[in-house]
Design a binder for this molecule. Structure first.
Ligand code: BES
Ligand code: MN
Ligand code: ZN
Length: 498
Protein backbone atom coordinates (compact mmCIF):
# COMPACT_ATOMS: atom_id res chain seq x y z
CA UNK A 1 0.00 0.00 0.00
CA UNK A 2 3.06 2.11 0.27
CA UNK A 3 3.96 0.56 -3.07
CA UNK A 4 1.72 -2.46 -3.54
CA UNK A 5 -2.06 -2.86 -3.69
CA UNK A 6 -3.89 -6.14 -3.29
CA UNK A 7 -5.89 -7.37 -6.30
CA UNK A 8 -9.39 -5.89 -6.60
CA UNK A 9 -12.04 -8.18 -5.16
CA UNK A 10 -15.63 -8.34 -6.38
CA UNK A 11 -18.63 -10.27 -5.16
CA UNK A 12 -19.70 -12.95 -7.57
CA UNK A 13 -23.39 -13.43 -8.23
CA UNK A 14 -24.59 -16.82 -9.37
CA UNK A 15 -22.80 -20.09 -9.97
CA UNK A 16 -19.02 -19.59 -9.87
CA UNK A 17 -18.54 -22.38 -12.40
CA UNK A 18 -20.65 -20.45 -14.90
CA UNK A 19 -20.50 -16.78 -13.93
CA UNK A 20 -16.86 -16.71 -12.88
CA UNK A 21 -13.97 -15.26 -14.87
CA UNK A 22 -10.41 -16.47 -15.27
CA UNK A 23 -9.17 -19.55 -13.47
CA UNK A 24 -11.67 -21.07 -11.06
CA UNK A 25 -10.15 -22.15 -7.76
CA UNK A 26 -12.09 -24.95 -6.09
CA UNK A 27 -11.24 -26.14 -2.56
CA UNK A 28 -11.32 -29.88 -1.91
CA UNK A 29 -11.70 -31.42 1.55
CA UNK A 30 -10.41 -34.67 2.89
CA UNK A 31 -12.77 -36.86 4.98
CA UNK A 32 -11.91 -38.05 8.48
CA UNK A 33 -10.97 -41.43 6.99
CA UNK A 34 -8.42 -39.75 4.73
CA UNK A 35 -10.33 -40.11 1.47
CA UNK A 36 -10.86 -37.10 -0.80
CA UNK A 37 -14.38 -35.67 -0.59
CA UNK A 38 -15.94 -35.37 -4.00
CA UNK A 39 -19.00 -33.32 -3.16
CA UNK A 40 -20.59 -29.94 -3.86
CA UNK A 41 -18.75 -27.63 -6.20
CA UNK A 42 -15.73 -29.95 -6.31
CA UNK A 43 -17.89 -32.77 -7.70
CA UNK A 44 -19.57 -30.51 -10.27
CA UNK A 45 -16.27 -29.01 -11.34
CA UNK A 46 -14.82 -32.52 -11.65
CA UNK A 47 -17.57 -33.35 -14.15
CA UNK A 48 -16.83 -30.19 -16.14
CA UNK A 49 -13.20 -31.21 -16.50
CA UNK A 50 -14.11 -34.72 -17.56
CA UNK A 51 -13.30 -36.40 -14.24
CA UNK A 52 -9.73 -35.18 -14.03
CA UNK A 53 -9.99 -34.80 -10.26
CA UNK A 54 -11.60 -38.15 -9.53
CA UNK A 55 -9.08 -39.73 -11.91
CA UNK A 56 -6.16 -38.17 -10.07
CA UNK A 57 -7.65 -39.26 -6.75
CA UNK A 58 -7.99 -42.87 -8.00
CA UNK A 59 -4.43 -42.82 -9.25
CA UNK A 60 -3.27 -41.60 -5.84
CA UNK A 61 -2.02 -38.34 -7.37
CA UNK A 62 -4.27 -36.03 -5.37
CA UNK A 63 -4.81 -36.49 -1.66
CA UNK A 64 -6.44 -33.23 -0.62
CA UNK A 65 -3.52 -32.18 1.57
CA UNK A 66 -3.37 -28.50 2.45
CA UNK A 67 -2.11 -26.48 -0.50
CA UNK A 68 -1.86 -29.43 -2.89
CA UNK A 69 -3.09 -28.28 -6.31
CA UNK A 70 -4.35 -29.94 -9.47
CA UNK A 71 -4.94 -27.92 -12.63
CA UNK A 72 -7.45 -29.16 -15.21
CA UNK A 73 -9.38 -27.75 -18.18
CA UNK A 74 -12.98 -27.88 -19.30
CA UNK A 75 -13.85 -28.79 -22.85
CA UNK A 76 -14.25 -25.06 -23.57
CA UNK A 77 -10.73 -24.48 -22.36
CA UNK A 78 -11.51 -22.92 -18.97
CA UNK A 79 -8.95 -23.53 -16.30
CA UNK A 80 -10.00 -25.08 -13.00
CA UNK A 81 -7.56 -25.32 -10.12
CA UNK A 82 -8.46 -27.76 -7.38
CA UNK A 83 -6.76 -27.09 -4.10
CA UNK A 84 -6.63 -29.32 -1.05
CA UNK A 85 -7.78 -27.72 2.21
CA UNK A 86 -7.01 -30.71 4.42
CA UNK A 87 -9.29 -32.65 6.70
CA UNK A 88 -12.83 -31.48 7.37
CA UNK A 89 -14.10 -30.99 10.91
CA UNK A 90 -10.75 -30.07 12.44
CA UNK A 91 -10.51 -27.53 15.26
CA UNK A 92 -11.61 -24.04 14.26
CA UNK A 93 -8.20 -22.34 14.44
CA UNK A 94 -6.61 -25.18 12.48
CA UNK A 95 -9.26 -24.84 9.79
CA UNK A 96 -8.60 -21.10 9.53
CA UNK A 97 -4.88 -21.73 9.03
CA UNK A 98 -5.57 -24.49 6.50
CA UNK A 99 -7.85 -22.17 4.56
CA UNK A 100 -5.30 -19.35 4.50
CA UNK A 101 -2.47 -21.66 3.46
CA UNK A 102 -4.42 -23.52 0.80
CA UNK A 103 -5.76 -20.45 -0.96
CA UNK A 104 -2.39 -18.74 -0.76
CA UNK A 105 -0.80 -21.77 -2.43
CA UNK A 106 -3.42 -21.80 -5.18
CA UNK A 107 -3.12 -18.09 -5.87
CA UNK A 108 0.68 -18.18 -5.83
CA UNK A 109 0.49 -20.53 -8.80
CA UNK A 110 -1.68 -18.05 -10.71
CA UNK A 111 -0.29 -14.69 -9.79
CA UNK A 112 2.20 -14.50 -12.65
CA UNK A 113 -0.01 -16.32 -15.16
CA UNK A 114 -3.50 -14.91 -14.94
CA UNK A 115 -5.11 -11.51 -14.76
CA UNK A 116 -8.23 -12.68 -13.00
CA UNK A 117 -9.46 -15.63 -11.01
CA UNK A 118 -12.62 -16.86 -9.35
CA UNK A 119 -12.46 -18.27 -5.83
CA UNK A 120 -15.11 -20.67 -4.55
CA UNK A 121 -15.06 -19.96 -0.82
CA UNK A 122 -18.64 -20.15 0.42
CA UNK A 123 -18.37 -23.87 1.16
CA UNK A 124 -15.59 -23.16 3.67
CA UNK A 125 -18.08 -21.72 6.18
CA UNK A 126 -16.42 -19.67 8.92
CA UNK A 127 -13.06 -19.99 7.20
CA UNK A 128 -14.26 -18.17 4.06
CA UNK A 129 -12.94 -14.76 5.06
CA UNK A 130 -9.60 -16.20 6.18
CA UNK A 131 -9.32 -18.10 2.91
CA UNK A 132 -9.73 -14.82 1.04
CA UNK A 133 -7.15 -13.19 3.31
CA UNK A 134 -4.78 -16.06 2.49
CA UNK A 135 -5.43 -15.65 -1.23
CA UNK A 136 -4.72 -11.92 -1.10
CA UNK A 137 -1.59 -12.36 0.98
CA UNK A 138 -0.40 -15.10 -1.36
CA UNK A 139 -0.73 -12.65 -4.26
CA UNK A 140 1.73 -10.18 -2.68
CA UNK A 141 4.86 -9.40 -4.64
CA UNK A 142 7.33 -6.64 -3.82
CA UNK A 143 7.97 -5.26 -7.27
CA UNK A 144 8.28 -1.53 -6.67
CA UNK A 145 12.00 -1.78 -7.37
CA UNK A 146 11.88 -4.12 -10.35
CA UNK A 147 11.54 -2.84 -13.88
CA UNK A 148 9.96 -6.05 -15.06
CA UNK A 149 6.76 -6.64 -13.09
CA UNK A 150 5.69 -10.24 -12.88
CA UNK A 151 2.47 -9.98 -10.86
CA UNK A 152 -0.45 -10.00 -13.26
CA UNK A 153 -3.36 -11.03 -11.05
CA UNK A 154 -5.42 -7.89 -10.55
CA UNK A 155 -9.01 -9.05 -10.06
CA UNK A 156 -10.64 -11.73 -7.94
CA UNK A 157 -14.27 -12.80 -8.07
CA UNK A 158 -15.48 -14.39 -4.86
CA UNK A 159 -18.74 -16.00 -3.74
CA UNK A 160 -18.79 -14.25 -0.36
CA UNK A 161 -21.02 -11.46 0.96
CA UNK A 162 -19.84 -7.86 0.52
CA UNK A 163 -19.08 -7.43 4.23
CA UNK A 164 -16.78 -10.43 4.28
CA UNK A 165 -14.98 -9.14 1.21
CA UNK A 166 -14.51 -5.67 2.70
CA UNK A 167 -13.12 -7.22 5.86
CA UNK A 168 -10.61 -9.41 4.05
CA UNK A 169 -9.50 -6.57 1.78
CA UNK A 170 -8.98 -4.19 4.71
CA UNK A 171 -6.87 -6.82 6.45
CA UNK A 172 -4.85 -7.52 3.32
CA UNK A 173 -4.24 -3.79 2.79
CA UNK A 174 -2.84 -3.49 6.31
CA UNK A 175 -0.52 -6.45 5.80
CA UNK A 176 0.57 -5.18 2.35
CA UNK A 177 1.39 -1.82 3.91
CA UNK A 178 3.40 -3.49 6.67
CA UNK A 179 5.28 -5.68 4.18
CA UNK A 180 6.09 -2.76 1.89
CA UNK A 181 7.37 -0.75 4.81
CA UNK A 182 9.31 -3.50 6.56
CA UNK A 183 11.04 -4.52 3.32
CA UNK A 184 11.56 -1.05 1.88
CA UNK A 185 15.16 -0.01 1.19
CA UNK A 186 16.16 2.15 4.17
CA UNK A 187 16.74 5.44 2.39
CA UNK A 188 13.41 5.19 0.60
CA UNK A 189 11.72 5.49 3.96
CA UNK A 190 14.25 7.52 5.93
CA UNK A 191 12.47 9.07 8.93
CA UNK A 192 11.62 12.48 7.37
CA UNK A 193 10.29 10.84 4.23
CA UNK A 194 8.50 8.10 6.14
CA UNK A 195 6.72 10.69 8.24
CA UNK A 196 5.51 12.48 5.11
CA UNK A 197 4.44 9.25 3.47
CA UNK A 198 2.43 8.27 6.53
CA UNK A 199 0.82 11.69 6.66
CA UNK A 200 -0.24 11.38 3.02
CA UNK A 201 -1.43 7.81 3.31
CA UNK A 202 -3.55 8.31 6.40
CA UNK A 203 -4.95 11.69 5.44
CA UNK A 204 -7.39 9.86 3.18
CA UNK A 205 -8.98 7.95 6.07
CA UNK A 206 -11.90 9.10 8.17
CA UNK A 207 -11.45 9.84 11.88
CA UNK A 208 -7.69 9.69 11.56
CA UNK A 209 -5.12 12.38 12.05
CA UNK A 210 -1.38 12.30 11.91
CA UNK A 211 1.00 14.37 13.98
CA UNK A 212 4.69 14.49 13.10
CA UNK A 213 7.29 15.50 15.68
CA UNK A 214 10.23 16.83 13.72
CA UNK A 215 13.80 16.77 15.01
CA UNK A 216 13.74 20.24 16.55
CA UNK A 217 10.60 19.44 18.46
CA UNK A 218 12.00 16.11 19.67
CA UNK A 219 15.08 17.93 20.95
CA UNK A 220 13.05 20.74 22.49
CA UNK A 221 10.66 18.40 24.26
CA UNK A 222 13.41 16.18 25.58
CA UNK A 223 12.93 12.92 23.68
CA UNK A 224 16.50 11.92 24.53
CA UNK A 225 16.12 8.29 23.51
CA UNK A 226 14.85 9.01 20.01
CA UNK A 227 17.15 11.98 19.45
CA UNK A 228 20.33 10.21 20.53
CA UNK A 229 19.73 7.01 18.61
CA UNK A 230 19.00 9.00 15.47
CA UNK A 231 21.60 11.70 15.61
CA UNK A 232 24.37 9.78 13.84
CA UNK A 233 22.47 9.89 10.54
CA UNK A 234 21.99 12.87 8.24
CA UNK A 235 18.38 11.75 8.06
CA UNK A 236 17.24 12.86 11.48
CA UNK A 237 14.64 10.98 13.52
CA UNK A 238 10.91 11.63 13.69
CA UNK A 239 8.11 10.57 15.97
CA UNK A 240 4.86 9.98 14.13
CA UNK A 241 1.65 9.79 16.16
CA UNK A 242 -1.44 8.52 14.38
CA UNK A 243 -4.74 9.00 16.18
CA UNK A 244 -7.86 7.10 15.28
CA UNK A 245 -11.15 7.99 16.91
CA UNK A 246 -13.72 5.25 16.54
CA UNK A 247 -15.11 4.86 20.03
CA UNK A 248 -15.31 6.08 23.60
CA UNK A 249 -12.80 6.44 26.37
CA UNK A 250 -9.04 6.46 26.70
CA UNK A 251 -7.12 5.11 23.73
CA UNK A 252 -5.26 1.87 23.32
CA UNK A 253 -1.66 2.70 22.42
CA UNK A 254 0.23 0.72 19.80
CA UNK A 255 3.95 1.38 19.70
CA UNK A 256 6.29 -0.02 17.05
CA UNK A 257 10.07 -0.02 16.94
CA UNK A 258 10.92 1.76 13.70
CA UNK A 259 14.67 1.58 13.25
CA UNK A 260 14.80 2.23 9.54
CA UNK A 261 18.24 0.68 9.51
CA UNK A 262 20.21 -0.72 12.43
CA UNK A 263 23.94 -0.78 11.78
CA UNK A 264 24.50 -0.91 15.54
CA UNK A 265 25.92 2.58 15.75
CA UNK A 266 29.42 2.95 17.21
CA UNK A 267 29.03 -0.62 18.47
CA UNK A 268 28.92 -1.55 14.80
CA UNK A 269 27.42 -4.92 13.89
CA UNK A 270 29.55 -7.49 12.05
CA UNK A 271 29.02 -7.58 8.26
CA UNK A 272 26.92 -10.73 8.15
CA UNK A 273 24.37 -9.27 10.56
CA UNK A 274 23.76 -6.02 8.72
CA UNK A 275 21.63 -6.95 5.76
CA UNK A 276 18.41 -7.99 7.48
CA UNK A 277 18.52 -4.86 9.59
CA UNK A 278 16.50 -3.00 6.98
CA UNK A 279 13.61 -4.89 8.55
CA UNK A 280 14.38 -3.48 11.98
CA UNK A 281 11.35 -1.29 11.27
CA UNK A 282 9.02 -4.32 11.24
CA UNK A 283 7.45 -3.37 14.59
CA UNK A 284 6.56 0.09 13.30
CA UNK A 285 5.38 -1.46 10.04
CA UNK A 286 3.04 -3.77 11.95
CA UNK A 287 1.42 -1.07 14.08
CA UNK A 288 1.02 1.17 11.04
CA UNK A 289 -0.58 -1.66 9.05
CA UNK A 290 -2.88 -2.59 11.92
CA UNK A 291 -3.93 1.03 12.34
CA UNK A 292 -4.78 1.21 8.65
CA UNK A 293 -6.97 -1.88 8.86
CA UNK A 294 -8.66 -0.84 12.12
CA UNK A 295 -9.53 2.56 10.67
CA UNK A 296 -10.72 1.04 7.39
CA UNK A 297 -12.96 -1.35 9.29
CA UNK A 298 -14.20 1.48 11.49
CA UNK A 299 -13.72 -0.54 14.67
CA UNK A 300 -15.31 1.07 17.71
CA UNK A 301 -12.20 1.94 19.64
CA UNK A 302 -9.88 4.88 20.20
CA UNK A 303 -6.33 4.28 19.19
CA UNK A 304 -3.02 6.10 19.32
CA UNK A 305 -0.22 4.63 17.26
CA UNK A 306 3.34 5.73 17.88
CA UNK A 307 6.08 5.34 15.31
CA UNK A 308 9.47 6.41 16.68
CA UNK A 309 11.63 6.36 13.54
CA UNK A 310 15.42 6.63 13.50
CA UNK A 311 18.48 5.35 11.66
CA UNK A 312 21.17 3.84 13.90
CA UNK A 313 24.55 4.34 12.19
CA UNK A 314 28.07 5.24 13.30
CA UNK A 315 29.35 8.71 12.42
CA UNK A 316 31.04 11.66 14.03
CA UNK A 317 27.73 12.79 15.47
CA UNK A 318 26.58 9.41 16.77
CA UNK A 319 25.80 8.85 20.41
CA UNK A 320 28.62 7.10 22.20
CA UNK A 321 29.04 4.13 24.49
CA UNK A 322 29.15 5.59 28.00
CA UNK A 323 27.05 8.60 27.07
CA UNK A 324 24.36 9.25 29.64
CA UNK A 325 21.18 10.39 27.98
CA UNK A 326 18.17 12.02 29.55
CA UNK A 327 15.01 10.33 28.40
CA UNK A 328 11.64 12.02 27.80
CA UNK A 329 10.42 11.01 31.26
CA UNK A 330 13.61 12.30 32.91
CA UNK A 331 15.35 8.96 33.47
CA UNK A 332 19.12 9.05 32.94
CA UNK A 333 20.20 6.09 30.84
CA UNK A 334 23.84 5.09 30.60
CA UNK A 335 24.56 3.76 27.13
CA UNK A 336 26.48 0.53 27.58
CA UNK A 337 25.89 -0.49 23.98
CA UNK A 338 24.72 1.70 21.10
CA UNK A 339 23.33 -1.41 19.41
CA UNK A 340 20.67 -1.68 22.12
CA UNK A 341 18.92 1.24 20.43
CA UNK A 342 15.40 -0.12 19.99
CA UNK A 343 14.59 0.02 23.68
CA UNK A 344 15.70 3.67 23.78
CA UNK A 345 13.34 4.88 21.05
CA UNK A 346 10.55 2.69 22.40
CA UNK A 347 11.04 3.89 25.98
CA UNK A 348 10.43 7.50 24.96
CA UNK A 349 7.36 6.59 22.91
CA UNK A 350 5.95 4.33 25.63
CA UNK A 351 6.44 6.91 28.38
CA UNK A 352 4.87 9.57 26.18
CA UNK A 353 1.86 7.33 25.49
CA UNK A 354 1.48 6.56 29.19
CA UNK A 355 1.86 10.07 30.56
CA UNK A 356 0.85 12.45 27.78
CA UNK A 357 -1.64 10.54 25.67
CA UNK A 358 -3.61 8.95 28.52
CA UNK A 359 -3.24 5.48 27.04
CA UNK A 360 -5.45 2.96 28.78
CA UNK A 361 -3.05 0.20 27.86
CA UNK A 362 0.08 -0.09 25.76
CA UNK A 363 1.13 -2.79 23.34
CA UNK A 364 4.51 -2.57 21.69
CA UNK A 365 6.00 -4.62 18.87
CA UNK A 366 9.73 -4.63 18.26
CA UNK A 367 12.46 -6.58 16.52
CA UNK A 368 14.21 -6.01 19.80
CA UNK A 369 16.73 -8.73 20.57
CA UNK A 370 18.82 -11.34 18.86
CA UNK A 371 18.12 -13.36 22.01
CA UNK A 372 14.38 -13.67 21.21
CA UNK A 373 15.21 -14.73 17.67
CA UNK A 374 17.74 -17.32 18.84
CA UNK A 375 15.32 -18.64 21.47
CA UNK A 376 12.20 -18.97 19.30
CA UNK A 377 13.27 -18.84 15.66
CA UNK A 378 11.32 -17.26 12.81
CA UNK A 379 7.83 -18.56 13.66
CA UNK A 380 7.26 -17.32 17.20
CA UNK A 381 7.27 -13.93 18.88
CA UNK A 382 8.11 -13.60 22.56
CA UNK A 383 5.25 -12.17 24.64
CA UNK A 384 5.94 -10.32 27.87
CA UNK A 385 3.28 -8.95 30.18
CA UNK A 386 2.40 -8.85 33.86
CA UNK A 387 -1.30 -8.84 33.06
CA UNK A 388 -3.08 -12.16 32.75
CA UNK A 389 -6.05 -10.53 31.02
CA UNK A 390 -3.80 -9.04 28.34
CA UNK A 391 -1.86 -12.28 27.90
CA UNK A 392 -5.07 -14.25 27.51
CA UNK A 393 -6.61 -11.85 25.00
CA UNK A 394 -3.41 -11.72 22.92
CA UNK A 395 -3.05 -15.50 22.99
CA UNK A 396 -6.67 -15.90 21.86
CA UNK A 397 -6.14 -13.49 18.97
CA UNK A 398 -2.91 -15.26 18.11
CA UNK A 399 -4.62 -18.61 17.90
CA UNK A 400 -7.10 -17.21 15.46
CA UNK A 401 -4.64 -15.46 13.15
CA UNK A 402 -1.88 -18.06 13.28
CA UNK A 403 0.73 -15.48 14.32
CA UNK A 404 2.25 -17.48 17.12
CA UNK A 405 3.43 -16.13 20.46
CA UNK A 406 5.19 -17.71 23.40
CA UNK A 407 5.16 -16.12 26.79
CA UNK A 408 8.46 -15.40 28.53
CA UNK A 409 8.84 -14.22 32.12
CA UNK A 410 9.68 -10.78 33.45
CA UNK A 411 12.20 -11.90 36.06
CA UNK A 412 12.29 -9.37 38.89
CA UNK A 413 15.73 -10.39 40.13
CA UNK A 414 17.27 -9.44 36.78
CA UNK A 415 16.15 -5.84 37.14
CA UNK A 416 18.96 -5.06 39.56
CA UNK A 417 21.51 -5.61 36.79
CA UNK A 418 20.23 -2.60 34.84
CA UNK A 419 21.25 -0.40 37.76
CA UNK A 420 24.51 -2.21 38.51
CA UNK A 421 25.86 -1.58 35.02
CA UNK A 422 25.23 2.17 35.25
CA UNK A 423 27.71 3.67 37.69
CA UNK A 424 27.22 7.20 36.34
CA UNK A 425 23.57 7.17 35.20
CA UNK A 426 20.48 5.49 36.68
CA UNK A 427 20.05 2.51 34.36
CA UNK A 428 22.07 0.86 31.64
CA UNK A 429 20.41 0.24 28.28
CA UNK A 430 21.99 -3.24 28.14
CA UNK A 431 23.11 -5.23 31.11
CA UNK A 432 23.26 -8.94 30.42
CA UNK A 433 23.79 -11.21 27.44
CA UNK A 434 22.13 -14.21 29.04
CA UNK A 435 18.40 -13.55 29.18
CA UNK A 436 18.82 -10.70 26.72
CA UNK A 437 15.18 -10.58 25.64
CA UNK A 438 14.01 -10.48 29.26
CA UNK A 439 16.50 -7.78 30.14
CA UNK A 440 15.26 -5.63 27.25
CA UNK A 441 11.64 -6.14 28.31
CA UNK A 442 12.46 -5.17 31.91
CA UNK A 443 14.12 -2.00 30.63
CA UNK A 444 10.97 -1.07 28.71
CA UNK A 445 8.76 -1.80 31.68
CA UNK A 446 10.33 1.06 33.64
CA UNK A 447 8.87 3.48 31.10
CA UNK A 448 5.28 2.22 31.23
CA UNK A 449 4.65 4.09 34.49
CA UNK A 450 2.33 1.40 35.76
CA UNK A 451 0.05 1.26 32.72
CA UNK A 452 -1.17 -2.18 31.58
CA UNK A 453 1.39 -3.20 29.01
CA UNK A 454 2.32 -6.07 26.72
CA UNK A 455 5.53 -6.33 24.75
CA UNK A 456 6.02 -8.54 21.71
CA UNK A 457 9.63 -9.15 20.75
CA UNK A 458 9.21 -10.01 17.08
CA UNK A 459 12.91 -10.35 16.21
CA UNK A 460 12.21 -13.75 14.61
CA UNK A 461 8.93 -13.42 12.70
CA UNK A 462 9.22 -9.67 12.15
CA UNK A 463 12.27 -10.24 9.98
CA UNK A 464 11.11 -13.67 8.82
CA UNK A 465 13.56 -13.96 5.94
CA UNK A 466 15.21 -17.08 7.37
CA UNK A 467 11.95 -19.04 7.58
CA UNK A 468 12.48 -20.66 4.15
CA UNK A 469 10.33 -23.77 3.69
CA UNK A 470 9.09 -23.51 7.30
CA UNK A 471 7.17 -20.35 6.47
CA UNK A 472 3.39 -20.41 5.97
CA UNK A 473 2.39 -20.34 2.30
CA UNK A 474 0.97 -16.83 2.64
CA UNK A 475 4.35 -15.35 3.62
CA UNK A 476 6.47 -13.84 0.85
CA UNK A 477 9.65 -15.85 0.28
CA UNK A 478 12.72 -14.31 1.88
CA UNK A 479 10.95 -11.13 2.94
CA UNK A 480 9.44 -9.73 6.11
CA UNK A 481 5.88 -11.09 6.26
CA UNK A 482 4.12 -8.15 7.91
CA UNK A 483 3.85 -10.13 11.12
CA UNK A 484 1.55 -8.81 13.82
CA UNK A 485 -0.90 -6.76 11.74
CA UNK A 486 -3.62 -9.39 11.84
CA UNK A 487 -2.90 -10.20 15.47
CA UNK A 488 -3.30 -6.58 16.56
CA UNK A 489 -6.45 -6.12 14.50
CA UNK A 490 -7.96 -9.26 16.00
CA UNK A 491 -6.96 -8.22 19.51
CA UNK A 492 -8.45 -4.75 19.12
CA UNK A 493 -11.57 -6.18 17.55
CA UNK A 494 -12.05 -8.61 20.43
CA UNK A 495 -12.02 -5.62 22.77
CA UNK A 496 -14.14 -3.34 20.61
CA UNK A 497 -16.58 -6.17 19.91
CA UNK A 498 -17.17 -5.69 16.19
N1 BES B 1 17.64 -5.08 15.95
C1 BES B 1 18.50 -5.77 16.84
C2 BES B 1 17.95 -7.12 17.25
C3 BES B 1 17.84 -8.18 16.20
C4 BES B 1 18.95 -8.96 15.87
C5 BES B 1 16.65 -8.45 15.58
C6 BES B 1 18.82 -9.96 14.92
C7 BES B 1 16.53 -9.45 14.64
C8 BES B 1 17.63 -10.21 14.32
C9 BES B 1 18.70 -4.96 18.12
O1 BES B 1 18.72 -3.59 17.97
C10 BES B 1 20.03 -5.34 18.69
O2 BES B 1 21.01 -5.05 18.06
N2 BES B 1 20.03 -5.96 19.85
C11 BES B 1 21.23 -6.39 20.50
C12 BES B 1 21.17 -5.91 21.93
C13 BES B 1 22.45 -6.11 22.67
C14 BES B 1 23.49 -5.16 22.14
C15 BES B 1 22.20 -5.86 24.15
C16 BES B 1 21.26 -7.90 20.42
O3 BES B 1 20.21 -8.53 20.58
O4 BES B 1 22.33 -8.43 20.18
MN1 MN C 1 20.65 -2.83 17.50
ZN1 ZN D 1 17.66 -2.84 16.36
Amino acid sequence: MLYTRPPRVEALEGDPLEAGAGDVVVPVFKSKDGSVKLEGTAARADELVGGALSGAVKAGRFKGDVGETLAAYTREGRSVVFVGVGEEGVEEHKMLENARSALAAAVKGLVEKSQEATLVLSELGNAGVEALVGALLGAYKMEAFKNEKKARLSRLLVDLPGDSIREAVAIAEGVYLARDLANAPPHEVAPPRLAERLRDLFSGLENVDVEVFDYDRLVREGFGGIVNVGRGSEEKPRLVVIRYRGGEGDPVALVGKTIVFDAGGINLKPSQSLFEMRADKAGGAAVVGATWTIARLGLKVNLVTLVPAAINVPSGSSYLPSDVIRMWDGTYVEVTNTDAEGRLVLADAIAYAAKSLAAREIIDLATLTGAAWIALGPLYAALFTRREDLAKAIEEASKKTGERVWRLPLVDEYKAMLGKKAPVGEVANAAMRAGGAICAALFLERFTHGKPWAHLDIAGPGIGSDAGPMAPKYWPQGLAPGWGVRLLVEYVRSKAGG
